[in-house]
Ligand binder design. Structure first.
Ligand code: DX5
Ligand code: ZN
Length: 218
């Protein structure tokens, strides 16, 4: 089953609640929230107060993608704000296992994110402790970038490992996803797809979301 997670980074921030409700009605399965600190990535976006403000607005799980240094410092705040998933970059975590345990201790589902160049070997020994692996198919920091195709073989390799080990880890893809780029990723075994500009950049968000969903289910 394919789940679409619209990224509010591409939404109209002056009416964020309506923007979230619109994609929920259109069939989104998660709301993706991009947190950037101006250090780990060259952009600054939003913090726990935005998660807290959106919590009563939707019944969908809030998928909080932390593109920040020292994620441990903010995990409690995001958990209390109402995050359902918190994903951290392997490149930003010195003690990844500790960070994952910390996320779980707050009752939140932990996931690990890999930048396009980061090999899957970096998470080989933590797969049993996480609920999600998020593959970046752009360099993190901005919406609207071009999909990097060379990530697809990594998705395939990890999907095979997950199946062989019989693990319950979902594969999510983030960056440049649209009705074309979703196809090789879904074939490779990913099930959750973030889409920012391909949904919020379109006038008819519902149609855009459904087209991406249908393409992924082919
Ligand atoms: C990029 C973010 C993405 C971004 C995706 O750093 O992590 O979630 O919002 O935007 P699109 O779908 O436009 O590539
Ligand atoms: Zn993201």
């Amino acid at each position: 089953m394919i789940k679409i997670a619209p990224s509010i980074l591409a939404a109209n921030f002056s009416k964020l609640a309506d923007e979230v409700k619109e994609v929920e009605a259109a069939g989104a399965k998660l709301i993706h929230i991009d947190v950037m600190d101006g250090h780990f990535v060259p952009n600054i976006t939003m913090g726990p107060i935005v998660v807290e403000a959106l919590r009563p607005v939707t019944d969908l799980p809030l998928d909080v993608h932390l593109m920040i240094e020292n994620p441990d410092q903010y995990i409690e705040d995001f958990a209390k704000a109402g995050a359902n998933y918190i994903t951290v970059h392997v490149e930003a975590c010195r003690h990844l296992h500790r960070t994952i345990q910390l996320i779980r201790s707050h009752g939140v589902k932990p996931g690990v994110v890999l930048n396009p160049h980061t090999p899957i070997e970096t998470i080989q020994h933590i797969l049993e402790d996480i609920d999600m692996v998020l593959f970046m198919t752009v360099n993190p920091g901005f919406g609207g970038q071009k999909f990097i195709h060379s990530v697809v073989p990594k998705i395939e390799q990890l999907s095979t490992i997950i199946k062989e080990k019989g693990l319950n880890v979902e594969i999510e893809i983030d960056g440049g996803i649209n009705a074309e780029t979703i196809i090789p990723c879904a074939k490779a075994g990913a099930t959750i797809f973030v889409a920012g500009s391909a949904i919020y950049g379109k006038e008819d968000r519902s149609k855009a979301l459904q087209e991406i969903q249908l393409a992924g289910e082919q």
